[in-house]
Every structure is written in C-alpha cells, then in structure tokens.
Ligand binder design. Structure first.
Ligand SMILES: CC[C@H](C(=O)O)C(=O)SCCNC(=O)CCNC(=O)[C@H](O)C(C)(C)COP(=O)(O)OP(=O)(O)OC[C@H]1O[C@@H](n2cnc3c(N)ncnc32)[C@H](O)[C@@H]1OP(=O)(O)O
Ligand SMILES: [Co+2]
Length: 155
C-alpha cells in the first residue's frame, strides 16, 4: 500500500468555534460548509494548509465518540489520516498484516470520502484513519462530494 499524503490532522474541541480560534488567528479560513456526521457523533470543520487539512471535531451529543474522547482526554489531537488510492485494497492489506481495523467496510467520511480507522493502541496512542477521496473531493477546495451509501457502510 502506498500512502499518498497526510490527508488531515484531526483536533477535538468542545465547540467548532472554540476550536477554530487558533486556526483563524493563523490566517486559515474554513473550507466548505461544516458537516454533521451523526454516525461519528461529530460536527466537522476543515481548514486547508497546502495539501493537508486541519479537521476540527466537536461533539454533537453527550455520550458520542467525540464527547467520550473529550471527557477522557480533553481537547487535542484526535487522529491522523493518510490518503490512499483504494480503500478496499488498503483495508485488505491491513487485515493481512494483522492490523486492528475498527471497521469491516469503509465508512462515509467528510466531503464524500470513504474511510477506515485503526485502533489507537496500535498507533502508539494515536488513532489512524485511512481515507480515499473520489474525484470530486480529492480536488483542492472541493467539499460536497456525495457518498454512495449502502447498508453497513459505503462502497
Ligand atoms: C469519518 C468522518 C471524519 C473524517 O475524517 O471524514 C472523521 O474523522 S470522524 C472521527 C471520529 N470517528 C472516530 O473516531 C471513529 C473511530 N473511533 C472509534 O471507533 C472509537 O472512538 C475507538 C475504538 C477509538 C475508542 O472507542 P471506545 O468505545 O473503545 O472508547 P474508549 O473511550 O473506551 O477508548 C478506549 C481507549 O482508547 C483511547 N482512545 C479513544 N479514542 C482515542 C483517540 N482518538 N486517540 C487516542 N486514544 C484514544 C481511550 O483513551 C481509551 O484508552 P484507555 O487507556 O484504555 O483509557
Ligand atoms: Co478524520
């Protein structure tokens, strides 16, 4: 598997506005609209830095994935995400390597991407995401690609 680039670094914050403050001060502007991803328990706002994004995550509810993370660790680094060309092939390689994939099939990600996660214990305390972008979301500035949703994940 060839990792194409560091796609995004995700930071958990109590609210998107609170989390945005340093990035706005650094001169970045949000890319596209905020996205609500209920399946991830998150509101998401992205800031582009060259080919990479800062992905801010804020909880959408008590007890969800992001809320739980904030309760345990407080605001800070949530995960790093690496872009791959073919998520299905990348997941198969990870399975064969015995890596602890958290998903059986690709999940819907931001901007129409397809993603899969690897357990943070395996990542030396860092949750790792693999992400495949379609032709729309791979382009810089794109933010509105539509995932192909099917039962149990996306394909
Ligand atoms: C996909 C949309 C978007 C995108 O890029 O397009 C996103 O990235 S959304 C991101 C949010 N989604 C996820 O994080 C999905 C993957 N995460 C999970 O499946 C869980 O959060 C999991 C398995 C990492 C942890 O869930 P669990 O129920 O086991 O929670 P615990 O609180 O019991 O955690 C166990 C253990 O892991 C530590 N932990 C949890 N999350 C993280 C993290 N992000 N980074 C580092 N460590 C993490 C937690 O502190 C516990 O450690 P312990 O020492 O055992 O207390
Ligand atoms: Co992510």
């Amino acid at each position: 598997m060839k990792l194409q680039l560091l796609d995004h670094v995700a930071i958990a914050a109590r609210t998107l506005d609170e989390g945005s403050a340093p990035y706005l001060a650094l001169g970045l502007t949000p890319e596209g609209a905020d996205e609500h991803m209920a399946a991830q328990g998150a509101w998401i706002r992205a800031f582009r830095v060259g080919d990479t994004l800062i992905e801010l995550l804020a909880p959408d509810s008590e007890g969800g994935t992001i809320a739980k993370f904030l309760e345990k660790k407080g605001p800070g680094l949530h995960h790093t995400a690496y872009r791959v060309e073919d998520i299905d092939a990348a997941m198969q390689e990870m399975r064969e390597a015995g890596a602890p994939l958290l998903n059986d099939v690709p999940q819907a990600g931001r901007a129409g991407s397809r993603v899969a996660f690897l357990h943070p214990k395996w990542g030396q305390g860092t949750l790792i995401e693999l992400v495949e972008h379609g032709p729309v979301s791979a382009a810089a500035g794109a933010g509105q690609g539509q995932p192909d949703l099917r039962a149990g994940g996306i394909h």
